[in-house]
Ligand binder design. Structure first.
Ligand code: DPP
Ligand code: ZN
Length: 846
């Protein structure tokens, strides 16, 4: 069935050192001329090149055309028989024709608003020319672009250029997935950066004319990334120009092509009026992420796609550290851990669970997942904890020194840590090679001045992995006395057995603070009284665990409420104490006020062996918010007034934290004031954070009709803001209206479903409305399935990605399960389904 296995890896039998490409651009008939300098590594191998949807115009070797008997052309590539190859090195010359304007999959060379651009990761280059399209084939690229357009860009340094043509030279060998070409009518916001070694680099942020007033933050973010990587990792930039282009039609967030990063425009363009605080943080993080790939991805790449998390896990870890250092500080860890638990634990809990390094796939595009990215980052974080900061830096230095210019594996990566620390990481490697979230049961005992913690680990089975071996788990632990003082500062315990105990000498029975800083991606299971949780929420010296205590308390209250209990007074009181504590950072308090999401509660219920009821969850959350608001109205109202940020907007962490807490207060107060404050803020706001925040709150309260219309009228010409509008209409509306709203909006003339951002806004908006999507009559499921089936022939990658909304189907009651199974079956039986969506629907059905 076309499954590819890690164990079948074999090296490519040719070296490819130089590639010359000429592009003669035309929307429906672009010609691509390629010259590949190949040297056989041994004798007798035929030459296989990948190629899809290419019209072959000519094919020759060393200046002589090949005869039809010399080669075999199929739907997936071109094989030149060994007998037709000369001895030793040779140059293969091909010319093909492609149609960028017919490319709706947005993979390979395509067009967006009259601009040519490319997306080659993972396997898009084979839609541009015949080529060994695999990451372990690294070559130097020389590119010539011919086209009647003002801006012609490719990777590397600029070469000669003239009217209607330009040449580019990339001195660094790279795999084809890092190739990029952009051509169009673009304008740049430019700056310069001088590296530590004194290399002068021109920086350009390229956008469509009209968007150039929203590029300053992206440029500053890029400079901050360059400084940070020099300081934190000793990594300098290595070309005289860094180009970054924003495009409106893009399947992913952004792409790290060497010297020519291509971004989804929503991750570049920002102004106070159009972007929220969250957008600013995200833009900076993704600019950092793609820039950091220059070393962890480009200079050192992956041997094969099974190793994807070698570059992604490490680069996410690096961008998370960057955001913490330059912007958010300690709350960044809370955000990352919360995301991991809601999204990655959810993936591990369902039919799509897979190891960070999978060992088989049918379509690699389906493995750009939270497990590969975010769990991959957690594994790097654990390695850093185990090694310590200093050895971590030494290991990274060794990694760059040993593997620069190579295509590597997870084994290569772990080996540098083994060599630097002298540890055996065989057991640790299971984090990469095995799927699933370990559950860690903790019990404690106190006797004769000794406090003992006993841990027991077990990992629920995942598809294809019924048995799980014990993992190597770093557990950060601290102990507090009953006054909240630390009697044991944070220690790192290393668990390697199925069951293991650790003892500490302490004068009285302490309160433990376990898994500080979320030191490992595991589910902690511990019998804990609400009083102890409230105590930790008030006193824990570890910021993450302090937040975590409040989170668990909220979760336990909400779960009880789904079964008819009243809001727990202990929780309401704890929130009151928190609101009264003015020593806390507003951003931290805002995170503590945020209740667990509905999907997260459903996940927790399912993990506890229960069947979540989406409507009961929604009502419980809403009722708890009302109870908090009622109990603390005066304090919330005073805070709301006190937190007003005066003066011109700045995305800095401090004012953003205040706005975040203020909106959290507003959301609660709106339960009581019939929207008076939210309407006033919506009318007065001069920035998108408050304007959109107020709009969302009004919609959630069922009071958003007028504000929605005003907002739309104001922003109808701004596509990124309109994406937000589409999203919030459905994501925030009362669940009983969600499907009807989504259906109505899908008929709206502004719903351009072929644009991935717009598609994700509306369809993703519905799936984000937990109780709305899970409407009892199955209308949400049918709506999603209809749209996936409709999008698949146009854009399989985005259709497949959106299908993951079905991954939680086994959590729910049998009526809902049957409805979802029917939809998944309908999808899988659709004729002509893409490999992407066909693999996903089959895995989802399990
Ligand atoms: N490699 C790209 C990234 O940076 C794919 N979206 O994650
Ligand atoms: Zn990446």
């Amino acid at each position: 069935d076309g499954t590819i296995y890690l164990k079948d890896y074999t090296p490519y039998p040719f070296d490819l050192d130089q590639v010359h490409l000429t592009f003669r651009l035309a929307p429906s008939a672009t010609r691509v001329l390629a010259r590949l300098h190949l040297t056989p590594k041994g004798e007798g191998a035929s030459l296989h090149l990948d190629g899809e949807e290419l019209k072959l115009i000519s094919l020759g070797i060393d200046g002589t055309a090949l005869q039809p008997a010399d080669y075999l052309l199929t739907e997936t590539g071109l094989t030149v028989h060994a007998a037709a190859l000369p001895e030793g090195a040779f140059t293969l010359e091909t010319e093909v024709e492609i149609a960028p304007n017919a490319n709706t999959a947005l993979e390979g060379l395509y067009m967006s608003n009259g601009m040519y651009c490319t997306q080659c990761e993972a396997e898009g280059f084979r839609k541009i020319t015949f080529y060994p399209d695999r990451p372990d084939v690294m070559a130097r690229f020389h590119v010539r672009i011919e086209g009647d357009l003002p801006v012609l860009l490719s990777n590397g340094n600029a070469g000669a250029s003239g009217e209607g043509w330009a040449e580019w030279d990339d001195p660094w060998p790279k795999p084809a997935y890092l190739f990029a070409l952009v051509a169009g009518d673009l304008v740049a916001t430019s700056g310069t950066f001088t590296t530590k070694s004194g290399l002068e680099v021109d920086l350009n942020i390229w956008v469509r004319p009209g968007d150039e007033d929203r590029c300053d933050f992206a440029l500053e973010s890029l400079k901050r990334s360059m400084v940070w990587d020099e300081e934190a990792y000793g990594r300098e930039y290595d070309l005289s120009v860094f180009n970054l282009v924003a495009v409106d039609d893009f399947n992913m967030g952004a792409m790290e092509n060497k010297g020519l990063n291509i971004f989804n425009s929503k991750l570049v363009l920002a102004s106070p009026e159009t972007a929220t605080d969250t957008d600013y943080v995200r833009i900076e993080a993704v600019i950092g992420h793609e820039y950091f790939h220059n070393w962890t991805g480009d200079r050192i790449t992956c041997r094969d796609w099974f190793q994807l998390c070698l570059k992604e896990g490490l680069t996410v870890f690096r961008d998370q550290s960057f955001t913490r250092d330059v912007r958010l500080g300690p709350v960044k860890r809370i955000e990352d851990a919360a995301t991991l638990r809601t999204r990655q634990f959810r993936e591990d809990q369902g039919p799509l669970a897979h190891p960070p390094r999978p060992n088989h796939y049918r379509e690699i595009n389906n493995f750009y997942t939270v497990t590969v990215y975010e769990k991959g980052a957690e594994i790097v974080g654990m390695l850093k904890r185990l090694a310590g900061d200093e050895a971590y830096r030494q290991a990274l230095d060794l990694y760059f020194e040993r593997h620069d210019g190579q295509a590597c594996t997870i084994e290569d990566w772990l080996k540098v840590f083994e060599d630097v620390t002298g540890r055996d990481l065989t057991q640790f490697a299971l984090w990469y090679t095995s799927a699933g979230t370990p559950h860690l049961k903790v019990t404690d005992a106190y006797a004769d001045g000794r406090y003992t913690l006993t841990f027991r680990q077990s990992t629920p089975p995942t598809p294809g992995e019924p048995e799980k071996a014990p993992r190597h788990i770093p557990i950060a632990v601290g102990l507090l006395d009953l006054q909240g003082r630390e009697v044991l500062s944070t220690q790192l315990l290393e668990m390697t057995e199925e069951e293991q105990s650790f003892s500490f000498d302490v004068a009285e029975r302490p309160v433990p603070s376990i898994l500080r800083d979320f030191s490992a991606p595991v589910v902690l299971q511990r019998e804990q009284s609400p009083e102890e949780q409230a105590f930790l929420l008030a006193h824990d010296t570890d910021g993450f665990n302090r937040w975590e205590a409040g989170r668990s308390l909220a979760q336990r209250t909400l779960i009880a409420m789904t079964k008819g209990a009243r809001p727990a007074q202990g929780y309401i009181d704890a929130i009151g104490n928190l609101l009264a504590d003015d020593t806390l950072e507003p951003a931290f308090t805002a995170h503590c006020l945020a209740l667990p999401g509905e999907d997260e509660l459903a996940q927790a219920l399912f993990a506890a062996g229960e069947t979540p009821d989406p409507d009961a969850i929604h009502s419980a959350r809403s009722a708890l918010s009302r109870a908090i608001a009622t109990a603390h109205e005066a304090r919330l109202s005073a805070l709301y007034d006190a937190l007003e940020v005066k003066g011109p907007y700045s995305p800095d962490a401090e004012p953003a934290g205040k706005r975040g807490l203020r909106l959290a207060c507003l959301s609660l107060l709106t339960k009581l004031d019939n929207g008076a404050r939210a309407k006033a803020l919506f009318d007065a706001a001069d920035n998108m954070t408050e304007s959109f925040g107020a709009l969302s709150i009004l919609i959630r309260a069922g009071l958003g009709d007028e504000a929605s219309e005003t907002f739309r009228a104001r922003w109808q010409d701004n596509r990124l803001v309109m994406d937000k509008w589409f999203m919030v209409q459905v994501a925030a509306c009362p669940p009983e209206d969600a499907v009807a709203k989504a259906e109505a909006l899908s008929q709206d003339q502004a719903f351009d479903w072929k644009n991935p951002n717009r598609f994700r806004s509306l369809i993703g908006g519905l799936t984000a409305n937990h109780a709305g999507f899970h409407a009892k009559d199955g209308s949400g499921y049918a709506f999603l399935a209809d749209w996936l089936i409709k999008l698949d022939p146009m854009n399989p990658q985005t259709a497949a990605r959106m299908s993951t909304s079905f991954e939680t189907w086994r959590r729910y009651d049998s009526a809902r399960q049957n409805l979802i199974r029917e939809e998944l079956t309908r999808i899988s039986q659709t004729r002509g389904l893409s490999r992407d969506l066909s693999e996903m629907s089959q895995r989802l059905l399990g």
